[in-house]
Write a protein that binds this ligand. Structure first.
Ligand SMILES: [Fe+2]
Length: 178
């Protein structure tokens, strides 16, 4: 069992290593193998719970939002997803010369697994079933304060990332996911 403050300290230390992706991935791999800590349980908490943010590291506990697709966005920094339970479906995009997003791939991340996204990644996240989802997302920087972009679902209308707008654009995909 690892307390939240202890976990955050370990992530921050790993993020300061010469190869932070590898060090943080190792730590997240350990998290997947240990008994589930009290701070990383299913429950009544929000779909996205901010665990920590500072200049070096941001961490969220994600409980997913069944049958929802969130709009495409960038982070502007490396990001790791540790799937403890359930599946996140990620769509990846590139920017066309005209400035519109083009879908380049779709990947299901099913726990337990750890996956890294590089700092140029543009993606959207969706939860295609009702099964519980539990994930820890770690970013190598301050995601809360970062200046970054989001797009509408059709890949148009780039705008500055805004959490309220991001949440309001979440689409119900029950019909499509069947
Ligand atoms: Fe993201």
């Amino acid at each position: 069992m690892v307390e939240l403050q202890d976990f955050i300290q370990r992530v921050r230390r790993a993020a300061s290593f010469p190869d932070p992706e590898q060090a943080v991935a190792r730590l997240l791999g350990e998290l997947l193998e240990m008994p589930r800590p009290e701070w990383a349980q299913q429950g009544e908490g929000p779909a996205e719970q901010l665990l920590h943010h500072a200049l070096d590291v941001t961490a969220y506990l994600i409980r997913g939002a069944p049958m929802r697709r969130f709009p495409p966005h960038e982070h502007g920094m490396s990001a790791a997803v540790a799937m403890l339970e359930g599946t996140e479906t990620h769509r990846f995009f590139a920017i066309d010369p005209g400035g519109q997003l083009r879908l380049t791939g779709i990947r299901d991340l099913t726990g337990p697994c750890v996956e890294w996204f590089d700092e140029r990644a543009i993606h959207s996240v969706e939860y295609r079933n009702d099964a519980p989802v539990l994930a820890v997302h770690v970013y190598l920087g301050d995601l809360v304060l970062a200046r970054r972009r989001m797009w509408d679902h059709d890949g148009k209308n780039p705008s500055r990332y805004d959490q309220a707008r991001y949440d309001s654009l979440a689409e119900d995909i029950s019909a499509e996911a069947g």
